[in-house]
Design a protein around this ligand. Structure first.
Ligand SMILES: Nc1ncnc2c1ncn2[C@@H]1O[C@H](COP(=O)(O)OP(=O)(O)OP(=O)(O)O)[C@@H](O)[C@H]1O
Ligand SMILES: [Mg+2]
Length: 109
């Protein structure tokens, strides 16, 4: 079985007394498109920042194609490109109508 393109397992992150992530799991297979949904403050941005190397996790593992990685900075995570819809040229007003191709080009890993 081929390892997933990206796997985040057991990701934990606290900001002081705030638990942002407590064992978050995310797996991405090549060619897949995912939507990360959750209430305000549920940790979506924090998980994306950890995957992109912008924030360090307190615990957990990241792997790319089955190889464990540890990112100290976004430059370290240069093979991962995280952006938002507006910066990717997809207007927020049309987010619900964005095509799979738009999203795929905005979230290339
Ligand atoms: N740099 C930070 N310092 C302190 N607390 C933070 C920091 N970043 C996030 N948090 C806290 O961690 C929790 C998760 O925040 P996060 O921004 O990841 O959630 P989110 O799901 O992206 O929310 P939203 O839907 O509002 O974008 C929240 O309680 C937030 O206040
Ligand atoms: Mg957010």
């Amino acid at each position: 079985m081929t390892a997933p393109a990206l796997a985040a397992t057991g990701i934990k992150k606290r900001f002081g007394g705030v638990v942002a992530l407590d064992g978050a799991e995310f797996t991405l297979e090549t060619g897949e498109i995912h939507a990360l949904l959750g209430a305000n403050g549920s940790g979506k941005s924090t998980l994306c920042k950890i995957i992109a190397g912008a924030v360090g996790a307190d615990a957990g593992e990241l792997s790319l194609a089955g190889l464990a990685v540890a990112f100290a900075s976004p430059a370290d995570a240069a093979s991962i490109y995280v952006t938002d819809f507006e910066r990717a040229g997809i207007p927020a007003a049309s987010t619900r109508e964005a095509s799979a191709e738009d999203v795929a080009s905005a979230c290339a890993i």
